[in-house]
Design a binder for this molecule. Sequence first.
Ligand SMILES: N[C@@H](CCC[C@H](N)C(=O)O)C(=O)O
Length: 293
Amino acid sequence: MNALAHRRFLRMNGLGNEITVLDLRGTKSVASEAEARAIAAAPGMHFDQLMVLHDPRTPGTDAFVRIYNTDGSEAGACGNGTRCVAWAMMADPEMGDPARKTLTLETKGGLLPARRLSDLVFTVDMGKPRLAWDEIPLAEPFHDTSGFELQIGPIDAPVLHTPGAVSMGNPHAVFFVDDPYRFNLEQIGPLLENHPIFPDRANISLAAVKAPDHIVLRVWERGAGITRACGSGACAALVAAVRREFSDRKATVSLPGGDLVIEWRESDGHVLMTGPVELEREGVLEPALFAAA
Ligand SMILES: N[C@@H](CCC[C@H](N)C(=O)O)C(=O)O
């Protein structure tokens, strides 16, 4: 019997970013990429990200969280998923402790303290953005990653030549455009995600700064495609906009699924993301899902 079979899961979303939360705390099981892909491919089970809770690895943290994309690849950060996990660990009757208003999660990308502001609204401290070329990572040593020259060959869109690159624990490229909805993101997303300048691939954002405190954003996510919202993408867009002096350090980022408030705090350089979550349903992983995984 597959170790994930019969495990209970929560189906949630953060601004329409489709998140499945699975609790493997108290076990030694680790989902493989093939198992994550098998869950995502099953009828009615599609997720943008699967957030899997494991026992904490570091003193002072509450859980270690593995993040899987639809294609099974693992990511170091997922802003919307982190808010969903925070809700699950505070409010779900089986996974959570209703007495808690704060907790600290650890992912491959680092430590993420989260705070419950109201029933369904959370702030996550997404940490400091990493801006050096080899931290993002880029394949070439660009001194200034706030706007670097990108050779994009077949893509017929001259404005897509000088993205800013930011790691929020996962790699992002942010292209500033007048209207993100004017572009065929379905077509250019995968080309840019897999551009050789991004050795680990990248999440691709189209951002329009409408006012110093308002950014409109669409994201093609690495390993997941177009999603209704990307929390780490919203953080990266704000950081990239501040570095180009396009925006204030605090702004509302409007995604297809709704708004996040993002602040790049001056005092310590951390990025704070505030937004809602929603619980859609709970379920149990059917053993048949893993027949071929
Ligand atoms: N939806 C996410 C980002 C998830 C990970 C990303 N696709 C990657 O591979 O880096 C978010 O809300 O941040």
